[in-house]
Design a protein around this ligand. Structure first.
Ligand SMILES: [Fe+2]
Length: 196
């Protein structure tokens, strides 16, 4: 079964400081591109003669499969992360426990995004199953995910996320993203991961 694009989770016309054009372009071209690429890779893998395939072909296809898979998954989370809404009492409590308060968490998350300006990658708020706590994690590309942690909020720092709206001013994009946080969505994900 080929992978299919999920519907766009946020309302692109309802963002505060992010244009509809950039959200739709990001969804169609970058997210859609990842899904198409993943399906093409899966087709190649299905046709592969595993007994005789050269190791560079095996390595290459499996590497590209991981990149495209995580790009698909993280982009879905990115669009779910947009659409200003409030955190549940549980998410607020957990952030208080693990970061010392919402303001301190937001300052750290935002600083991590700005620190990736001019480069590319992801900043993720993730639930560490090992330590049962929330962590802000750094990812230089789609494959750098913290082992044993599940992201509940994703900030895309690839240039395609902001260049159309902000040029090279990545920090302004990070501030706009922080003004559109869908904390209700993150709250639901946290509750599910904690088994509440
Ligand atoms: Fe992206």
């Amino acid at each position: 079964m080929p992978y299919e694009m999920k519907p766009l989770a946020c309302n692109p016309a309802g963002m505060n400081g992010l244009s509809e054009k950039i959200i739709v372009s990001h969804y169609e071209n970058n997210y859609g591109g990842a899904v198409k690429r993943l399906n093409a890779i899966e087709q190649k893998l299905a046709e592969l003669d595993w007994a005789s395939a050269p190791v560079f072909v095996v390595n290459g296809l499996k590497r590209e499969e991981l990149i495209a898979s995580n790009s698909m998954i993280l982009h879905e989370l990115f669009f779910e992360s947009l659409g200003a809404s409030a955190a549940s009492a549980e998410l607020q409590w957990q952030i208080e426990q693990d970061f010392g308060g919402m303001d301190k968490w937001a300052a750290q998350f935002s600083a991590m995004g700005k620190a990736q300006g001019g480069g590319s990658g992801w900043v993720l708020l993730a639930w560490s199953h090992r330590d049962r706590k929330l962590i802000n994690t750094w990812a230089a590309d789609h494959t750098n995910n913290f082992a044993g942690a599940t992201p509940i909020l994703a900030l895309d720092m690839y240039e395609h996320s902001y260049h159309m709206d902000f040029g090279a001013a990545a920090a302004k994009y990070v501030e706009a993203f922080m003004n559109n946080l869908n904390l209700a969505s993150a709250s639901i994900k946290l509750a599910a991961l904690k088994g509440n």
